[in-house]
Design a protein around this ligand. Sequence first.
Ligand SMILES: [Fe+2]
Length: 263
Amino acid sequence: MMSLVNIDAAEHDAETKLLTTLRALNIARLSRADFHRILLQRKEISYEFTGIYDAILSLLTKRAHSGVQAIRRIIREEYLDTSALPMGDMPSHREDLKSDLISLGISEQEFTQSDATASTLTSMLTLREAIKQLKRSAFPDISLLAFLRFWGEVLTAVEYRHFWHSRIESELVGRPSIFYWSHIVHDERKVKLSEAGSDTKNNTHSDELAAALVELFPSRGEERTEALHCVEYAIRIAVKHKVDFYSQFRPMDSPPRIARGMV
Ligand SMILES: [Fe+2]
């Protein structure tokens, strides 16, 4: 019988898979140009973020009310303001992202001229396909929320934490990070799905969405197992999306393996 503990384990495996892919990029040792190239392509996906959240918001049903509210809050946070009557005086998270990229030594020109590669464009289209597919599953609300939480928050924090420790932290000495660090802190999972509760105080985005997600599970029997399978599937396509995106940066010059006994 499948349980949320199995889902915790599936998440752990998926994160390990992503980390293996990220480690293979050797980010600490890349040339500045190659490191910038990865950040600029990843930026293209970040610019899709609110669109993806809006797309999912438009597909959730009334049953997923807590999830809908959590997503609305997350989207609004992307465009902060200082008061209830908007002043327009705070940068959006994507403007913050640009500020961090400039602090990391990417020039205005490099930023402006950078375009999504064919692989990155494919990655964006794959996301849209994935969302449609999740909507067709046996438990669409559960599938969509599970995907959004894992793809948009849990794994995003894994990526940024890896970038942070392998390179960004040491490159930013003396300059503050206004995008990467705050997204690690706000997004990452603190509470496992099997331990998620309704106490959303001080919770990260991952945890807020986890609370909304577990509310939706049928309480027992075959239905619950089927719903858990939907979550497992959403986890699988979320990590596949990230792994496929990063595969465009795999080093091409690794020496060919020589078969034993062939020399
Ligand atoms: Fe954000």
